[in-house]
Design a protein around this ligand. Structure first.
Ligand SMILES: Nc1nc2c(ncn2[C@@H]2O[C@H](COP(=O)(O)OP(=O)(O)O)[C@@H](O)[C@H]2O)c(=O)[nH]1
Ligand SMILES: [Mg+2]
Length: 301
């Protein structure tokens, strides 16, 4: 049904690409055929960029795009917007800021909601990344706001995860969660034009050193995203990670994680959380209500 669309996708056609992502996003009947026929022509580098709001992630991605475009690379950006279950409005700010690259032939930008119907990173994002990889991009860059779980989730999606931070007073470095240490393949100290940057940078190096693994010690790169300072060093650090043994082991682990995540999502995709809530609200007032008995209807067919 989608044969010519799939062919055009693999040829790098942007319209076909946008359509494929939309078909997957909307779960248009037959979209599985697209996913099942994806083949990866080149090995795209999937970059996750995470960090607190305002750290400069979007600005840094903008600077990365400028530098990579100069090197003749094709880049796709997936801006994953934070949406709360109570407010499904997506933030458009990042999209607008990246607009200078919108018209560039080598660049493709798309924003997506981050949450699946049941919470957790939407399986649509995994699918979109794979569609982008098949479209022949050299880099697929995913921006997410690091709020707890999402940092860990993005690490499960990206080959190389950049954790973007801003200089704080030297003492506060103690507050970096150990989970963040685990997921950071490269640390970026952005806004290094700020006071205190040098101390923060040095402390972060010490911290990264104390967490060094067998074949990778998380490097720390200083940047000033607005001016592009440090971006060349950052690209070098990314490339070094791409060649490290750590990535090889991580890929095997990630594939299993990804498979589990998707199986889970597919198995529960018929569950409507609002309907579930309503039904439970009604059921719980009944005498003899038992949750364990109730849930069997969701898996006993
Ligand atoms: N001084 C300084 N400001 C920066 C730098 N990078 C970003 N900013 C500013 O920080 C603010 C937040 O940047 P943004 O990229 O939107 O952060 P995000 O929320 O992490 O995507 C913007 O006003 C940027 O202009 C930097 O290196 N130095
Ligand atoms: Mg942003």
């Amino acid at each position: 049904m989608f044969d010519s669309l799939i062919k055009n996708l693999h040829a790098g056609d942007k319209k076909a690409l946008a359509r494929c992502i939309s078909l997957a996003e909307n779960e248009t009947p037959g979209y599985e055929q697209i996913l099942q026929s994806l083949h990866f022509l080149n090995a795209a580098t999937v970059l996750g960029v995470t960090g607190p709001p305002g750290a400069g992630k979007s600005t840094l991605i903008n600077a990365l795009i400028s530098e990579l475009v100069k090197q003749g690379k094709k880049i796709a950006i997936l801006a994953v917007d934070p949406t709360s279950p109570f407010n499904y409005g997506a933030l458009l700010g990042d999209r607008i800021r990246m607009s200078e690259h919108f018209t560039n032939e080598q660049v493709f930008i798309r924003s997506m909601a981050s949450r699946g119907a049941l919470g957790g990173l939407s399986p649509k994002i995994y699918e979109a990344v794979d569609i982008l990889k098949a479209a022949g991009f050299d880099y697929v860059i995913i921006e997410t706001v690091g709020v707890g779980q999402s940092e860990v989730e993005i690490a499960g999606l990206a080959d190389t995860t950049l954790v973007v931070m801003v200089p704080e007073s030297g003492d506060e470095i103690q507050t970096i969660k150990s989970g963040v240490m685990e997921i950071a393949d490269v640390f970026v100290v952005n806004k290094s034009d700020r006071e205190g940057a040098e101390t923060f940078y040095k402390n972060l190096i010490l911290l990264a050193h104390s967490h060094a693994g067998k074949d990778w010690e998380t490097p720390v790169v200083k940047t000033v995203a607005g001016s592009g300072q440090g971006v060349a060093d950052l690209i070098q650090a990314i490339q070094a990670h791409q060649q490290s043994g750590q990535l090889h082991r991580k890929r095997e682990f990630l594939l299993a994680e990804k498979a589990l995540h998707m199986i889970q999502a597919y198995r529960t995709r018929d569950i409507d959380k609002n309907k579930l809530r309503k039904e439970l609200a009604e059921q719980m007032t009944r005498e003899g209500f038992n949750l364990y008995k109730y849930i069997t209807r969701w898996y006993e067919h």
